[in-house]
Design a protein around this ligand. Structure first.
Ligand code: ADP
Ligand code: MG
Ligand code: MG
Length: 934
């Protein structure tokens, strides 16, 4: 038996069950029948009014692409299926007495709107046209259908561009002195059809327009198959990451006519707003006396489905209520019965698909027909709202609502965007390659971009395209604009990976790097001119468009979704925050504590600067102690602020971490200054001072500072430092408690590699804590723990756990040291290339080189589960075995990465800690990890 290539919509589900040996899942139906074909089968099965149809499978298309011929038996099965449709409609394809007309529609597994082709009104020739006129009593309509068919068939099937035909129509309208297609006279339409046929014959050197319907059908099916590999469709798939070998199905469907007069029409609708997700009204438009694509083509002003939608439209376009009611009444007002039926259908579809639907419909002489349904595309905001509403309406449960939103979409909702109310001058539009809004001066070179950024300027890097060398400049910029390259170009990939707004492939501009400018038409944007790039939409504006912060508190659906996530997740979510304002913001985002408060930023504070330098330069213990005492109140103040912000939530304070030289002037600059002063004013006191400073800096100089005197090593070597920080922290804790602020202090030692480091620091610390509490006359409970960021610490976790109440993985350092990479060097020199891949000499089907990556992902963004993760897992096991009460978290950047969060959930961590803006992302990701894994 030959393979089944064709499925009639009304029996497709049953037939597929036979083919597959089980009832088909929705996804399986889409794979075989394409999205459109599956939708037609589902709608037919639900008893909705769908014009009878059949579907030729994507598998047939795949066969056809291999051989260039229809697979064996396919056309026979098409003829069989046609008979079925003829039976259902009582009409016959090609029969001049009672002609059946059909459409031939493309339809891939995943919708590719407008990318492939559809031919309507197939089966028309002079005889069937005449009969159509007779049966409908509408001659004008029959000619309108015919001229549309000739246009579409010529364009899509024969590659004779539709512009040629449309030009003639325009000429005719001009001659008749009218504006709308629907106003063309009957004589005019007749003449047009004659002219079209002549044009066709001339163009194809004497060949007549094909009159045999079967021939028309065969050629159209071929054309739809071929359109899969059309340039437009190919480019779209590249952008969307859709495989090129899926193929498209072909749907052959009985025509229904929206262009039969003023009782007919056609339209599209979303079951909820794709922009906001709101369910207040159907979001749809329709046109009377129109066919197929007239709505999208924007030839006439469409009407709305609901009264409310119609009023809103009128308000926004300035149409008065009287005029609206007369000229643009909604379906709800002008066809109330149909409106009711439409609502019912939409509800049936939403209930069936349990999601927002995007539908096409046609009204033929007052009867409603459904032509397409699919899950509607939507913005990040409406994804959240729709998921929450569907759950509230009981169509899905909370867990499913949580799984329907991607954590990255939440990130999008929290980014600042351009103020929609601001006045802006659009220069050009490109590809929205990486979301976000960036404003800055245009700079045409990555190095200059970095310099300008270092000098405190906001920069937009503009390049013809970017290469790995440009990365430092890109990362220093507020946004990136490229002329060439698509959504997978270097610029786009790097930008997305770094949350950098990017508009790519902006073919409309011409970038001239040498002249430091880009042009579009006669507009010139020079280096230094301010531009604004909108990575959400791909728009590029002149000047600075004001930004608005995303208002989390107003996003009630997001808040609801995250509350549901909190009910489900077992992984805690804390934040990394150094300042009270960050701490407050994070609490607003739902942080349950601080997983990492870095204390070193206080050392950079203007008012502490002097004391810090004196502390480092101190020759005697006494000198050092005096300096430390000056630093103490400044530290304490910040600690109090953070305790207040976190009232009742744990705060992990980490003792100082970076190498001391970071707090002193740069060595290179000092060398330069000293050299200059030696020439210019050799006896100046300034020189003596600088020389002294240079001596100190030289003394502190390290070949590899990240592995040198830092972390707990500094605490151990600089006498009094740990004590001062501890004192400041506990004074703050005691004093806050006395004021009625609830504190849960936790102290963390960084960079421990050997248990003895921890023991020594702990002893000092406990002594100070005890002393402070005695002085303050109040007891506060606290925890003492360590970071795990040196591989040796992970390897000896069992020993270390005996001296710590908690562990917190510092996955940034742990990744650096496990890989043996220094992050800054690696990302600047080879790491991104490792991820992008190297040429292998092999090429894919389209001739593009196949790249072989060394690393799947940047291990600083997503935890390397096999290597670094293995250490983490081992450490958790050994640590808990030695100390069952051990609390374990992670405070590296990975704490905000969804894939890493999934891993941390699986290995049994207690919490993740991430930057404030990632807290909502982490809450969702943690719930998803729970749902996915347990
Ligand atoms: P696309 O995937 O580009 O939307 P479609 O196959 O859905 O292409 O068809 C294009 C237009 O033609 C749509 O508006 C559709 O509703 C209309 N159309 C398709 N088939 C028929 C039919 N059998 N009767 C009436 N209109 C049709
Ligand atoms: Mg469609
Ligand atoms: Mg570290």
């Amino acid at each position: 038996m030959t393979k089944k290539w064709v499925y009639v919509s009304r029996t497709a589900k049953e037939d597929l069950k036979k083919t597959l040996g089980h009832a088909p899942e929705m996804d399986e139906m889409k794979i075989i029948l394409g999205g459109k074909g599956a939708g037609l089968a589902e709608m037919t099965g639900l008893g909705l009014p769908v014009p009878p149809a059949f579907t030729i499978t994507t598998e047939a298309c795949v066969e056809y692409m291999k051989t260039g011929e229809f697979p064996e038996g396919m056309m026979d099965q098409v003829m069989e299926a046609l008979k079925d449709i003829e039976e259902q409609t009582g009409k016959k394809f090609g029969d001049p007495e009672n002609p059946l007309l059909v459409s031939v529609r493309s339809g891939a597994r995943q919708s590719m709107p407008g990318m492939m082709d559809t031919v309507l009104n197939l089966g028309l020739n002079d005889e069937t046209r005449a009969k159509l006129a007779e049966l409908t009593g509408n001659e004008w309509f029959s000619y309108d259908a015919y001229r549309r068919f000739i246009t579409m068939f010529s364009d899509i099937v024969m590659d004779y561009d539709r512009e040629h035909f449309e030009e003639k129509l325009e000429e005719l309208k001009k001659k008749e002195g009218i504006r709308l297609d629907t106003d063309v006279s009957l004589e005019g339409m007749k003449g047009l059809v004659d002219e079209y046929k002549k044009m066709y014959k001339e163009h194809f050197e004497g060949e007549d327009f094909p009159t045999d319907p079967i021939k028309q059908l065969e050629l159209s099916i071929k054309a739809v198959f071929d359109s899969w590999n059309g340039a437009r469709a190919y480019a779209y798939r590249e952008h969307e990451g859709i495989p090129h070998d899926w193929g498209t199905a072909v749907n052959v469907q009985t025509m229904v006519f929206g262009n039969m007069g003023d009782q007919s029409g056609t339209g599209v609708a979303f079951s909820r707003s794709p922009a906001t997700g709101g369910h207040e009204y159907l979001y749809g438009e329709f046109l009377m006396n129109a066919q197929g694509e007239d709505v999208v083509a924007g030839i006439r002003t469409p009407r709305r489905i609901t009264v409310q939608g119609s009023r809103e439209w009128a308000e926004s376009t300035g149409v008065s209520e009287e005029k609206r009611k007369v000229e643009y009444p909604s379906m709800e007002e002008s066809m109330p019965e149909m409106y009711e039926q439409f609502l019912e259908i939409i509800n049936t579809l939403e209930t069936h698909y349990r999601d927002m639907q995007d539908v096409e419909f046609t009204i033929e002489n007052g009867k409603l027909w459904m032509l397409q349904t699919r899950t509607g595309k939507r913005t990040a905001a409406s994804t959240v709202t729709i998921a929450v509403n569907l759950a509230k309406e009981g169509l899905i449960d909370k867990e499913e609502a949580i799984m329907r939103v991607k954590p990255e979409q939440i990130d999008l909702l929290l980014r600042p965007s351009f103020d929609p109310k601001a006045e802006k001058t659009l220069i050009v539009k490109g590809l929205n390659a990486s979301p976000g809004a960036g404003v800055g001066i245009a700079v045409f070179d990555a190095e200059r971009a970095k310099e300008a950024a270092d000098a405190g300027k906001d920069v937009i890097l503009v390049r013809p395209e970017t290469a790995p060398d440009d990365v430092p400049g890109m990362l220093a910029s507020k946004g990136v604009l490229t002329q060439k390259g698509g959504a997978t170009s270097h610029a786009a990939v790097v930008a997305r990976g770094s949350n950098l707004p990017c508009v790519a492939g902006c073919e409309g501009i011409s970038v001239d790097v040498n002249r430091k400018q880009f042009t579009i038409d006669d507009k010139v944007i020079k280096e230094g001119d301010v531009i604004s790039v909108d990575g959400f939409t791909g728009a590029v504006y002149e000047g600075s468009v004001p930004l608005i912060e995303a208002e989390y508190e107003k996003q009630t659906d997001l808040i609801t979704l995250l509350e549901w996530a909190d009910e489900i997740r077992t992984l805690g979510v804390r934040t990394n925050a150094d300042y009270p304002v960050d701490a407050r913001r994070a609490v607003g985002f739902g942080a349950e504590g601080i997983g990492l408060q870095r204390t070193e930023h206080m050392f950079f504070a203007e008012e502490a600067r002097d004391a810090v330098v004196r502390m480092i330069l101190a020759k005697t213990d006494e000198e050092r102690q005096t300096a430390l005492e000056e630093m103490l109140p400044i530290q304490e103040q910040d600690f109090e602020g953070v305790f207040e912000a976190m009232d009742g939530k744990p705060v992990i304070m980490r003792l100082i971490d970076p190498p001391m030289h970071e707090f002193l002037p740069s060595r290179e600059e000092l060398i330069e200054e000293v050299a200059k002063l030696r020439c210019e004013s050799p006896d100046s006191p300034e020189l003596a001072e600088k020389e002294k400073m240079l001596d100190v800096v030289n003394g502190l100089w390290e070949t590899n500072p990240m592995m040198g005197l830092r972390g707990c090593r500094a605490g151990i070597m600089y006498k009094g430092l740990t004590e001062m920080q501890t004192r400041a922290y506990f004074q703050a804790a005691c004093r806050c408690t006395k004021r009625g602020v609830k504190v849960i202090p936790e102290v963390m030692i960084p960079l421990v590699g050997h248990v003895n480091e921890l023991k020594m620091e702990r002893e000092k610390l406990e002594a100070v804590a005890k002393q402070v509490m005695e002085e303050e006359g109040i007891e506060v409970e606290y925890m003492f723990g360590t970071m795990i960021e040196v591989p040796r610490a992970a390897l000896t976790a069992g020993e270390i756990a005996k001296h710590a109440q908690f562990f917190s993985f510092g996955t940034n350092d742990l990744t650096q040291m496990t890989f043996g990479y220094s992050r800054d060097d690696a990302e600047g020199k080879f790491l991104l290339k490792y991820v992008e891949g190297f040429e292998t000499g092999k090429v894919d089907d389209e001739g593009n080189p196949i790249l072989e990556p060394i690393l799947e992902a940047n291990p600083f963004q997503s935890l390397d589960q096999a290597g670094v993760g293995c250490l983490v897992e081992m450490c958790v096991e050994d640590g808990k075995a030695a100390n069952p009460d051990l609390e374990i978290g992670i405070c590296g950047e990975h704490g905000g990465d969804p894939a890493s969060i999934d891993f941390f959930h699986r290995v049994g961590l207690d919490y993740v800690s991430c930057s404030p803006f990632r807290v909502p992302v982490a809450r969702l990701a943690a719930a998803q990890a729970k749902i996915r894994n347990d």
